[in-house]
Each structure stands twice: as structure tokens, then as C-alpha cells.
Design a protein around this ligand. Structure first.
Ligand code: AMP
Length: 543
């Protein structure tokens, strides 16, 4: 017997309809590429998203056609999130930090029909437009009078002229919730990038689960600052979760330096912020240098790469801000785990609580996890056994766009490429990317552990641990270190700093000071590049 309840497809348009009706006055504040601060409401967001949908259908775009963006976090990008997906087209957020050649490759692979870009990225468009035959229309996200007259780009219009003249009288179409809504290419550290293709259903369910109190705890009382880019896995779903809960949204635009982010947090009374560790490093550096304090920030979610313990401590002890360590990936929409405490932890000492907080966290409803050994046998949840981490759930991809990568799922489980432990309470801790684990004398050394120790030294801004070939041990770890400006530490001091903090055989063989640690488009350390830069390096005992 079937239940007798109404069925409504879970569509992205339902989020903006809800926000417009129930949180019409809710604020959306953006620092613009133009430099000023723009503010409006969910009501205006709804209206302009419908105007955009009208412009898309006037363009003759059919359901499922791709509309690409090269844009910072801001209100126009948010309108594209709703207008494009809501109308049945697919929003394709491109990472502008990639090499232009790679961007052109991705545009062609996705067969993007329309390209919407912030004026900061005009040079990229100028460089690649001749290589992108599928793009029928270029839309510069600016007012008509800011459009360059002699760009040489055919079919170029200004966003405001293109959609501004529409009436906004438009009914969001109803369709199957399983249709694709947006797509995002993975960082592509090996081979060509591959795309995750999200559906309306997966996106809405992800926003629902991500808003729960033990996840990101979204509500109409929060002022939320997604510093994580909207081109990086839909800014971790925050633009959707905010509309679902009526939270105020604050967008940093292109200004992600410590000073600009701090000013925005204070002026917009931000209570919750989200970003990768490298962004918070800049913010904390600025605050330390200027002896600043937060007046409203209560929580920050940090993910994308391992959050160093020193950062969690600094936020917590000095600034009174709770850090939620979270883990996920492009293929997971991205939320997999968030580290929030259970009742049993509340009575623990601060040191014991910190041990829990350092982990990447518990699975949220909708995501299941397991760890397996090389034979595929499941390993126990004892907090010690480390194995390949597999996941499955409602917002985890079943295969890549255009079948890239072949049959992915082992018995319905997606292999994340991460190595992890899971403890008896279900808290998962990433020990490494499987390709970054250092294999020394038949044992594994977690590069993250080695980096975290170096990062706890007051003179270290960033540390990257990589394995170097060794004839006897197979590999030995070394750590590349970027010093904080004006601070000094010697190789010997830093090696001594490791004493007592990890097993002797795990202490790196050497410290190499570098002027920069290569970062990828989403702020992750690019160890492959670092390895290439250190190609001529020889370990001390082999010299
Ligand atoms: P991306 O798809 O670019 O978001 O990258 C996903 C990968 O980033 C994951 O598979 C992890 O290797 C890494 N990652 C994400 N969050 C964390 C975290 N909190 N700690 C350690 N690694 C992380």
C-alpha cells in the first residue's frame, strides 16, 4: 500500500521560492568586483533570478544546456545559481585559477553554450574565446556602460542589459528532480579534469542535511560568509542552505585577503564563516599583526584540506571561535563529515576535546562510510586501523560526466582516494591522500601529521611533507617550510621541535625552506608541483 502523501519534486527553484516568500527581507550583501558593497534581499534575488531565466529561454536554450560561470562570490553569481538551474539548464561553475588552456579544454568538454564572467576574467575570455566553438553567447557580469567596446569577443553582452529589461513574470518549470542542475570539474591533479554532475534532488537533500545542527547549523539568525568560492563545489552548498533557512548571506567578491575578510565579518556581523585553511591563515595573520578581535563571529567551518591543530587552537583559545572541521570532496557535493561533539565529550578536558576536534568528524545522515584494506576487507572502527575510505549516499556521484574514469563504484561504494581511520564513535580522521602517504621501511607515515607538528611552530606559516626515494627505506619524509614574514627558525631547531611529538622514525630527515608552497586553484597544496620543484633534491644521508 502506498502512502497517501503529496509528492513534489525536490527542485532548486523551490529554495528560492521559499526564501522569497518566507524570508523576503533576508539580506544578501556582496563586495563587488567594482569595489563597492552591494546589498539587496531574497525578494530581489528571486525577481532577478526569474528575469535571468526569461533571458535564457529567449536565448533559445533547451533543458540540460550548460551555462558556464567564471565568477567570484557575489549576488550576480547567486542569481545564476538559481536562474540557470531553476529554468532547467545546467550551471557549470569554472575555476578561474586554472590555466586558460585548461579552462578552454573544460569548456569544450562540457559543451558550454553560454559563458558568464566577471570583468576580472576578461583577459581569460580574450585568450580562449577562439578555441571555444560551442559558446554562443558571452555575458559580462556588469552594467551596460562597463562593457568594453573593442574586446574582439563576438556575441558579447552585459548581464544587466541582457536580463535587466525582462518582466520577471515567469513560473519556474516543474520537472523530474533527478535532472542535472549543476556541474563542477575536479581539481584534476592527475590527468584531465573530470566532472561531477549534481542533480536537483541531490542538491536539495545535501542542503537539508548540511543545515542540520550537527552539520553547519544554519538558521535565519545566522549571518553567513562563504569565503569558499562558489566555483569550488557550489561553495559547499551554502548558497542553497542559506535560502532554505533564510540565513543572511555575505559574499567577499575577489577580496579574500585578511584585512578585507576581517572588515566584512565585522561590518556585516558575520556569525558563521566557511573556508579552506589557507584563507584563515591570512585572516589570523592580519588579526595577530593588528591585535584585533571578533565581535560577532561564533563558528567557522574549515575543510578542503586538513586543518592544522594550531589553527583550531588559535581560533578557539585566542578568539573564542568554534572551529568545525569538515571533510568532503567535489564528488560528494561536497559534505561528508563534520566534526561536532557528542554529549559524552562535553565533560572531557580541553586537551581531550581537542583530540576529537582534530578529526574530520562524523558522517551526516545521507552519507555512509567504510574503510577497507588492500584486499577490500572492511577494517574495524577502532580509531587505529587505517584504510582506503569508501563512501555512499544521496549526494555522492555514481559516475563522472560522459563516463570518464569508467566503472567507479565498488559494490555501490565510491572510493575517495583518501586513507582514514574511524573510531568507535564514528569519528573519521584522514591520515593522508593515498598518493601522498609516505611509505618508509614497510610502515606508513602520515604526511598530515608531520605537517601539523611543523605548523605548531610559531615561525612556520605553511609546511608540506613529501616522501623522497631512499634505497634502504623506500621513502623518507622531508618537510618544505614557508616561514612567517619576519620570523626565523633554523633547520636544526625545527627538527628538534619534532622530538617527543612523534615516533623517532617518523621525524623528517630534512627541512627545506622555500619561498612559496605551490597551491592549486582551490587552495590545496600541490605536492606534485613541489615534488617537481625538488626534483634535484638529495636526502642528507645520500649526499
Ligand atoms: P576537492 O574535490 O577538490 O574538494 O578535494 C577533495 C579532497 O580534499 C578530499 O578527498 C581530501 O583529500 C581533501 N580534503 C578535504 N577536506 C579535508 C580535510 N578536512 N582534511 C583533510 N583533507 C581534506
Amino acid at each position: 500500500m502506498l502512502g497517501l502523501m503529496q509528492h513534489q519534486p525536490l527542485l532548486i527553484s523551490s529554495l528560492i521560492e521559499f526564501a522569497e516568500r518566507h524570508h523576503g527581507e533576508g539580506e544578501i550583501v556582496s563586495r563587488r568586483v567594482e569595489g563597492d558593497i552591494h546589498r539587496y534581499t531574497y525578494k530581489e534575488l528571486g525577481l532577478r533570478s526569474r528575469k535571468l531565466a526569461q533571458a535564457l529561454s529567449a536565448q533559445g536554450l533547451a533543458q540540460g544546456e550548460r551555462v558556464a560561470t567564471l565568477a567570484w562570490n557575489g549576488y550576480r553569481h547567486l542569481e545564476l545559481y538559481y536562474g540557470v538551474s531553476g529554468s532547467g539548464c545546467i550551471l557549470h561553475t569554472l575555476n578561474p585559477r586554472l590555466h586558460p588552456e585548461q579552462i578552454a579544454w573544460i569548456i569544450n568538454h562540457a559543451s558550454d553554450a553560454v559563458m558568464c564572467f566577471d570583468m576580472s576574467f576578461l583577459p581569460i575570455i580574450k585568450a580562449i574565446h577562439t578555441q571555444c566553438p560551442t559558446v554562443k553567447l558571452y555575458v559580462a557580469l556588469c552594467d551596460a556602460d562597463k562593457l568594453p567596446a573593442d574586446s574582439g569577443i563576438p556575441n558579447l553582452v552585459s548581464y544587466e542589459a541582457w536580463m535587466g529589461g525582462r518582466t520577471g513574470v515567469y513560473t519556474w518549470p516543474a520537472f523530474d528532480e533527478n535532472l542535472a542542475s549543476s556541474m563542477c570539474y575536479t581539481s584534476g591533479t592527475t590527468g584531465n579534469p573530470k566532472a561531477a554532475l549534481y542533480s536537483h534532488r541531490s542538491t536539495v537533500l545535501h542542503a537539508l542535511a548540511g543545515s542540520l545542527p550537527d552539520a553547519l547549523n544554519m538558521s535565519a539568525r545566522e549571518s553567513v560568509l562563504p569565503v569558499v568560492p562558489m566555483f569550488h563545489v557550489n561553495a559547499w552548498g551554502l548558497p542553497y542552505a542559506a535560502a532554505m533557512t533564510g540565513a543572511k548571506l555575505v559574499f567577499p567578491g575577489p577580496a579574500m585577503d585578511g584585512k578585507s575578510v576581517y572588515e566584512l565579518i565585522e561590518s556585516e556581523k558575520v556569525s558563521f564563516a566557511a573556508g579552506v585553511p589557507t584563507v584563515w591563515q591570512m585572516l589570523l595573520g592580519h588579526m595577530q599583526a593588528n591585535t584585533l578581535r571578533f565581535s560577532t563571529l561564533k563558528r567557522t567551518v574549515i575543510g578542503g584540506s586538513a586543518c592544522p591543530p594550531a589553527m583550531i587552537t588559535a581560533f578557539n583559545d585566542i578568539y573564542g571561535v568554534e572551529v568545525l572541521h569538515a571533510w568532503g570532496m567535489t564528488e560528494m557535493s561536497p559534505l561528508g563529515t563534520v566534526c561536532t561533539l557528542k554529549n559524552k565529550h562535553l565533560a572531557m578536558s580541553p586537551e581531550e576535546k581537542m583530540k576529537v576536534r582534530l578529526k574530520q568528524g562524523r558522517g551526516i545522515f545521507g552519507v555512509d562510510m567504510k574503510i577497507v584494506n588492500g584486499m577490500g576487507d572492511e577494517l574495524p572502527w577502532d580509531g587505529n586501523s587505517a584504510g582506503d575510505l569508501l563512501v555512499k549516499g544521496h549526494w555522492i556521484l555514481s559516475e563522472y560526466f560522459q563516463g570518464e574514469g569508467g566503472g567507479l563504484l565498488a559494490d555501490g561504494w565510491f572510493p575517495t582516494g583518501d586513507v582514514a581511520t574511524i573510531d568507535a564513535d564514528g569519528y573519521m580522521q584522514i591520515t593522508d591522500r593515498s598518493k601522498d602517504v609516505i611509505k618508509s621501511g614497510g610502515e606508513w607515515i602520515s604526511s598530515i601529521d608531520i605537517e601539523n607538528i611543523a605548523m605548531a611552530h610559531p615561525a612556520v606559516a605553511m609546511a608540506a611533507c613529501i616522501g623522497m626515494k631512499h634505497p634502504k627505506w623506500d621513502e623518507r619524509p622531508i618537510v618544505a617550510v614557508l616561514k612567517k614574514p619576519g620570523m626565523e627558525v633554523t633547520r636544526e631547531d625545527l627538527l628538534a621541535f619534532y622530538e617527543g611529538k612523534t615516533a623517532k622514525w617518523q621525524i623528517p630527515d630534512d627541512v627545506v625552506f622555500v619561498d612559496a608552497i605551490p597551491l592549486g586553484g582551490t587552495g590545496k597544496m600541490q605536492k606534485s608541483k613541489l615534488r617537481a620543484e625538488l626534483a634535484d633534491y638529495v636526502l642528507p644521508d645520500l649526499r
